[in-house]
Design a protein around this ligand. Structure first.
Ligand SMILES: *Cc1c(COP(=O)(O)O)cnc(C)c1O
Length: 361
């Protein structure tokens, strides 16, 4: 069967050359006589794989030496607890910006561990934009400020990096990591689940400034303590070896394309095609405030729940899969991560035009 264009929010498409390479190496990696999926993580065969992955990621994202790079498990959702357990002292304070569902979950989780408040939110407006903040939005004695940089479900993205002064900024970048360059030095911690823009599910990337290591609370589980993981090169226990290998192939794919500047250009071109179409017609409604539009997750509705349902079904039949919006918000969502080819968005826009003609409101 032919491969479809998969608009899933995650797990999502992987670059075809990466899948082909992984397939060709599935039974026998190099001269090891075995699959990466079968290797001991402590073997001399696997060691260069994880090291190369880390080196390539550092090069891609321009990560300075005073930041540790960790390959962990448990998904981004586990980091919702790891962040306060590593950064929030007993009786400490943390400020959260709630700009969507995942930042809301992170906020709720952190409240278990201390004086945690919501410094700004766009909840009353259906999370259709990212709230603006200034340094004064945050408590000066907060241990950190937490944001979700790209809101996967609502299709919004920060168009600025919050100014938090000396307070470390922690960002969930699960759905926009590697989509464009970011200035890592503006953040204390960046974390991301792999399954949107990095690799298959199973690995969580954590990039943490080293001075923030070593402050975990006594009750912090060993497995969630970033310093333990940093001291053990992410191998305190068995790491998600195969996902790390796949992530490494993706890093090489982006480096071969020319790095994150080039990746950004390709992503901008795809997003522009879709948003320009949305702005040029009045059959579909794009609910997000234009200055906060995500380049990765594009949301739209017809305004009629039955038509939305038909859209997703007809699109599936046309080889455009997983365009149904998140179950909590309905409508449609096209996730156009790094691996989605331009041709996929072209086909989507052609389908949208056709659907609008055939299904008058
Ligand atoms: C998908 C996603 C999550 C949840 O990730 P898991 O790996 O399933 O825990 C958290 N935050 C954001 C921004 C996401 O897109």
């Amino acid at each position: 069967m032919e491969r479809v264009f998969n608009f899933s929010a995650g797990p999502s498409m992987l670059p075809l050359p990466v899948l082909e390479r992984a397939a060709s190496e599935m039974l026998c990696y190099g001269d090891t006589g075995m699959s990466v999926a079968e290797m001991s993580h402590r073997s001399p065969d696997f060691e260069p794989i994880i090291k190369q992955a880390q080196d390539d990621l550092r090069r891609l994202m321009n990560i300075p030496d005073d930041y540790a790079v960790l390959f962990l498990q448990g998904g981004a959702s586990t980091q919702f607890a790891s962040v306060p357990l590593n950064l929030l002292p007993e009786g400490g304070k943390a400020d959260y910006i709630v700009s969507g569902q995942f930042s809301g979950k992170a906020f709720t989780e952190a409240q278990k561990y201390g004086d945690v408040v919501c410094a700004a939110t766009s909840k009353a407006d259906g999370f259709s934009y990212v709230p603006a903040t200034t340094r004064e939005s945050f408590r000066p004695d907060a241990s950190y400020v937490h944001i979700c940089y790209n809101n996967t479900i609502f299709g919004t993205k920060y168009n600025y990096i919050p100014d938090t002064g000396d307070i470390p900024l922690v960002a969930d970048m699960s759905s926009c990591i590697l989509s464009e360059p970011v200035d890592v030095t503006k953040f204390g911690v960046i974390y991301a689940g792999a399954q949107k823009n990095i690799a298959p599910a199973g690995m969580t990337l954590v990039i943490v400034r080293r001075d923030l290591l070593g402050h975990a609370r006594p009750e912090c589980p060993t497995m969630l303590d970033w310093k333990v993981m940093a001291d053990n090169d992410s191998m305190y226990n068995t790491p998600p070896c195969y996902t790390i290998y796949m992530a490494g192939l993706v890093y090489q794919w982006i480096l071969d394309l020319g790095g994150l500047e080039e990746m950004k250009k390709l992503n901008q071109k795809k997003a522009k095609l879709l948003y320009d179409y949305l702005d040029s017609q009045n059959y579909y409604i794009a609910p997000v405030r234009p200055d906060c539009r995500s380049m990765m997750n594009v949301t739209f509705v017809t305004g009629n729940a039955d038509l939305d349902k038909k859209f997703a079904a007809d699109a599936t039949a046309a080889g455009l899969k997983n365009l149904k919006g998140h179950r909590s918000v309905g409508g449609m969502r096209a996730s156009i991560y790094n691996a989605m080819p331009y041709a996929g968005v072209e086909k989507l826009v052609a389908f949208m035009k056709d659907f609008a003609e055939k299904n008058p409101k």
